[in-house]
Design a binder for this molecule. Structure first.
Ligand SMILES: *Cc1c(COP(=O)(O)O)cnc(C)c1O
Length: 470
């Protein structure tokens, strides 16, 4: 399989060439040259597979520059009951039997209790493998306000040839999220608590990465959500969800996906393009409704920071959706010129509007959308707990709220993107009690913490990196 850029770059790299990269050289995003089609026989064969075996089948359609035996070993080491809490890895829970049934697909039983572990754990093992093969090392630099940073750290901890430098806004993460990251004692993990807000952290990362000499010399890389390997890893659980909810290959299901940067639901789009019988892909947003506005109107309007709300489903608080260009490229019949016109120079003038014919095609791709508010989340958490005894986190509640209004006759699978333990304030507001915690995390806030406080200074961060990469 070869890969292309959504903006038309002539190069056609293979999987391992883009594994450690972010954007394509022309600023576009990588996609496979074509989507392999899955036939009926394959779907039938896959019904009996474990999650790791299923992941191997799907990944090997896109990865032909890692020997199959090695890939199989990496995947089976990644998707284990020890790491993901259950042998099913992504078990379905049935919430009601109306119409085709409403299901939750649990993606958040990994080490950091959010779905980002599903992809990041694989990425850690792939990075270690590929760097080892090349005899290289990598220093991952990132900024986080919560889920991404901790997922990256838990995936990279103790890995040979890899260090992580993770910037977070000092004192602004929830105590649980902070404890998750700062309690890691691994020598290759560096937590930098920046005396500023999340945007300051992100600006520092951008400035350090823009210093190309420093970047090359210190071998700086990233693990952000536009990485193709992360997206590919997520394709697997759409197949796993469909396999659990159906008994025959004719049955279609719909998925609802709590969305921010469009990485998660874009993987659903890829699964659908491969021929997985998905009826609808429901994009659920919170008050930051860039994506809902687009799917309803065809207008993609990037928000400024004044218009970006801090909500109780914080991992969906985005001003623009960094993976969105991938879908638009497919929507426009893979017209790289038109994609470049729309997205070039970082979405000029803050956005674009598709013409009516272009916008009408979102339905052919199965997409619909909806948004929810803080009051909706609280209400949904309460209703679901009363009706089924299941406590969901605020992001998953956004999904359930939006799904409720868009159910058809087919089964609806809502992706559970985090566990409620991570967002106790909203759970207390909704239910009047603390969410339960998985075993072993009871005392996490009391563990010794390992972090360095940094001023809002590009030079200070560079100096820290230089001192700690010798
Ligand atoms: C990252 C995240 C999301 C949003 O996923 P995208 O891939 O950015 O659309 C939703 N919920 C939780 C809990 C997350 O961590």
């Amino acid at each position: 399989m070869k890969y292309l850029s959504t903006r038309g770059d002539a190069a056609r790299p293979r999987f391992c060439d883009i594994l450690l990269e972010g954007l394509a050289p022309d600023g576009g995003l990588y996609l496979p040259e074509r989507y392999p089609r899955i036939d009926d026989a394959a779907l039938t064969r896959w019904r009996g597979l474990s999650y790791a075996e299923l992941a191997f089948e799907i990944l090997s359609l896109y990865i032909d520059d890692i020997p199959p035996a090695d890939l199989r070993e990496i995947v089976s080491r990644t998707y284990t009951a020890e790491v993901f809490g259950t042998p099913d890895i992504v078990p379905l829970t049935r919430l009601d039997g109306d119409r085709g049934g409403l299901y939750l697909e649990a993606l958040s039983n990994g080490p950091t209790l959010a779905f980002k572990d599903m992809a990041m754990q694989l990425l850690g093992n792939l990075f270690e493998y590929e760097l080892g093969r090349r005899g290289e090392t990598l220093n991952i630099l990132g900024a986080t306000s919560g889920d991404t940073g901790s997922a990256a750290e838990y995936a990279m901890r103790g890995k040979r040839g890899i260090r992580v430098f993770m910037l977070s806004p000092h004192g602004r993460m929830s105590p649980f999220q902070q404890a998750q990251m700062f309690s890691l004692q691994d020598a290759n993990i560096h937590n930098l608590a920046v005396e500023g807000v999340f945007d300051d952290c992100q600006d520092i990362v951008k400035a350090v990465s823009a210093d190309l000499a420093f970047k090359r010399d210190k071998r700086i890389g990233t693990v952000n959500s536009i990485n193709w390997a992360r997206l590919l890893a997520q394709v697997v659980y759409y197949f796993a969800g469909w396999l659990q909810a159906t008994t025959s290959n004719e049955q279609r299901v719909s998925f609802t996906v709590p969305s921010g940067n469009f990485g998660n639901v874009c993987a659903g789009h890829v699964a659908r393009m491969m021929g997985l019988p998905i009826e609808r892909l429901v994009v659920a947003t919170n008050e930051n409704d860039v994506l809902d506005e687009f799917f309803r109107t065809g207008r993609y309007r990037v928000r400024g920071s004044a218009e970006t709300h801090e909500t109780s489903s914080p991992s969906m608080d985005i001003s623009k959706a960094s993976n969105f260009e991938r879908f638009v490229f497919d929507l426009l019949g893979r017209d790289a010129q038109r994609t470049k016109q729309l997205f070039g120079d970082d979405v000029p003038r803050g956005g674009f509007t598709l013409d009516a014919a272009e916008h009408a095609r979102v339905r052919e791709f199965g997409f619909v959308s909806g948004r929810s508010s803080h009051a909706d989340r609280v209400e949904t958490i309460r209703t679901i707990a009363q009706a089924s005894g299941v406590v969901v986190d605020p992001h998953t509640a956004d999904g359930l709220q939006v799904a409720a209004g868009l159910r058809g006759p087919e089964p609806m699978i809502v992706l559970e993107t985090a566990l409620p333990a991570k967002f106790s304030a909203t759970i207390v507001e909704a239910l009047g009690r603390e969410p339960s915690r998985p075993a072993g995390l009871q005392d996490i806030e009391n563990r010794p913490k390992r972090f360095t406080v940094m001023p809002v200074s590009v030079d200070a961060v560079k100096q820290y990196i230089a001192q700690n990469t010798r």
